[in-house]
Write a protein that binds this ligand. Structure first.
Ligand SMILES: Nc1ncnc2c1ncn2[C@@H]1O[C@H](COP(=O)(O)OP(=O)(O)OP(=O)(O)O)[C@@H](O)[C@H]1O
Ligand SMILES: [Mg+2]
Length: 282
């Protein structure tokens, strides 16, 4: 069985725990930050009733903190043994910006996660070895939807897809969304797909026209200004506390002075990316 599965063409660097995410400093949320949105996503993902929404779309502007949340959710789901698969798109890596390997990669990871699914996938690949070169819709149906629908499992299966906007072909992105938004896995399977992306027009359009699959949405740049500011303050305090171990000159205990700290927070607005960059430069 392993031989057949190992022949699945897949993007090995796609997972949340790949060397690539580590080298690109895709981190998880600093302790005490993003508590509300993480709780919301975790509650959504943990719902084990059949009527739970299958898709959660977390959108937000560049650098606001989506991938960091996706990483936290993937780690949380993995530690609770409900992470079925994760795919972190990356525009600068060929196989991670191409929709061609999405379903084969998800299938391979799902097979590592669930042995019943693995057997069903194996049967599919044995009868239809060409499936990996078929259309995205056929791949989804054969590699994901059909093997999942035979499962007898109450626990949710979480799938994290980060940065869908970094998939290079708009046509493929629309097709992926059309497939996810129209999927019909059997009622018994609690599939929970977290999709993060910038609010690009083609992605917004697809979500706005969704009629089939039930959907939860969260816009990260719409959160309350003060909430974002306090999260970024928490991040700075944690990072400043690490300075002594970074071999930097010792800072006075009351550094930065409150008015300087406020200016720093004003400069960041809601954007964690500015805060992370500032920490690297201080
Ligand atoms: N909750 C957080 N705790 C600690 N650091 C964070 C947090 N959120 C974001 N960051 C830092 O801010 C930077 C930008 O965040 P992130 O990459 O998650 O943004 P993004 O919304 O995914 O941006 P893009 O649309 O460009 O992919 C990250 O490198 C990370 O270091
Ligand atoms: Mg990102």
């Amino acid at each position: 069985m392993s031989d057949v599965l190992e022949r699945l063409p897949r993007a090995e660097a796609a997972g949340y725990d790949s060397l690539r995410t580590e080298q690109n400093r895709v981190v998880s949320c600093s302790e005490g930050t993003r508590m509300e949105v993480l709780q919301k996503i975790q509650e959504w993902a943990s719902r084990d009733d059949e009527s739970g929404e299958q898709i959660f779309w977390l959108s937000g502007l560049a650098g606001i903190g989506k991938s960091t949340i996706a990483m936290s959710v993937a780690k949380w789901a993995s530690s609770n043994n409900i992470l079925g698969a994760s795919f972190f798109f990356a525009r600068d890596v060929a196989e991670l910006s191409d929709a061609a390997s999405v379903f084969t990669t998800l299938a391979w990871q799902l097979a590592q996660h669930d042995s019943q699914y693995k057997r069903a996938l194996y049967e599919k690949l044995r009868c239809d070895s060409d499936i990996t070169s078929k259309t995205l819709a056929t791949q989804f149906q054969g590699l994901v939807e059909s093997p999942l629908s035979g499962l007898d499992r109450k626990r949710p299966i979480v799938v994290v897809l980060d940065a869908l906007d970094e998939c290079s072909s708009e046509t493929d992105v629309k097709e992926l969304l059309r497939i996810f938004l129209g999927m019909r896995t059997s009622k018994g399977v609690r599939l929970r797909i977290l999709i993060t992306s910038r609010p690009e027009p083609h992605i917004r359009f697809m979500f706005s026209t969704s009629m089939g699959t039930s959907l939860s949405k969260f816009v990260l740049h719409d959160i309350d200004d003060n909430l974002a500011r306090e999260d970024i303050r928490t991040f700075f305090v944690a990072e400043f506390a690490k300075f002594p171990s970074r071999d930097l000159p010792r800072l006075p205990a009351d550094w930065p002075p409150p008015e300087e700290f406020d200016k720093l927070l004003d400069g960041c607005g809601k954007f964690f990316a500015y805060a992370a960059t500032a920490v690297r430069f201080i």
